[in-house]
Design a protein around this ligand. Sequence first.
Ligand SMILES: Cc1ncc(COP(=O)(O)O)c(C=O)c1O
Length: 404
Amino acid sequence: MKIPFSPPYHDEAVEAEVLDSLRSGWITTGPKVRSLEQETAKISELTHALCCNSATSAMMLVLHWFGVSRGDEVIVPAYTYCATALACLHLGATPVMVDCGTDFNLDISKVEDAITEKTKVIIPVDIAGWPCDYDLLLQLLNSKKVREIFVAKNEVQKALGRPLILSDAAHSLGAKLNGKPAAKFADFTVYSFHAVKNVTTAEGGAIVINWPITSDHEQIYKTFKLWSLNGQTKDAFSKSQAGGWKYDIVYPGFKMNMPDILAAIGLAQIRIYSDVLLKKRKAIAEYYNSYFKAYNWAIVPPFNNERKETAAHLYLLRIDNCTENQRDQIIDELANLNVAVNVHFIPMPMLTVFKERGYDISKFPKAYEQYSNEISLPLYPQLTLDQQDYILNSVKKSVEKILS
Ligand SMILES: Cc1ncc(COP(=O)(O)O)c(C=O)c1O
């Protein structure tokens, strides 16, 4: 048996949507993107979502809208994919890294010490689909002490009066906190629709808007849309209609729009996401959890509890009493058995681009500890029961061989 790590989901409905886009004569930003935006907003129980060409672009757009620029600081977890911090660097801001907890997520209790008068934004990341404690973070950011430290540089920042919460929910479409979509707790939430994500458009992302200062989010949506399309007053779809050629460029915008042909892939998936795809992911994660109960070397990832529901994006297994080198050997054993696994993530301070900027993994001991014995197992709705059993038996065999 050969198990790939994360092949994209597709069925006849996905194929039909893509064909429909091709045959319609319109393949870039248009009605399919609009439908995907509406579905994304609906899952988040919010009114407005904007699709972009990646989650990285989407984060940059929000940071730019909030006025983040050179000299500002943005708090990010040390334990995440590089994109979280790169989005800040691209705008000239300094990512300030904070260590994680045993659930892999940003340790909220360490955020307060990292806040300075330069802090403009906090970007918590729902690692593997497990939502952060946004309610606790919001409580901290709304405290008198933090509001007094906050220095507003523009009208938008003045209106908020505290650092912005931009949730990097690249992994966590459908995750819940206190019974509500996690996106209802952050000011803005960004999803990724990259090829390995729970819903994919091959490449893509979306911003959902929960700006607390006004409930009229249409204006922010329109601004994001304009800025994601070069600052052009008419999108290509409207411009292509008979007589609709005139346009103006009113802002030095970005080119970050999602094309319809890609939105089509995600549209057919998101329609069955909550009832089919997400349910299957959770069922597989539960099956893995029940198997690993019998083995005291297995530390399973956080799963649903009374406060949180996971989006089961990744299954982050940790092996107790296992060094980094032994973990790597276990991965080699699994490769010999044709099971493709992964490691999420190499903490950012271990990557060259960040080391060169002075970040040092010894300052983030929890991130190193979580990383050093972690193995991400295949987790996707297409996995059959036989494949799941093969993965589990292969993990057991490989771990016992290396640790014995
Ligand atoms: C935590 C996290 N944030 C952001 C991203 C970036 O997503 P995209 O590739 O859509 O820009 C990823 C992608 O893997 C990710 O894992």
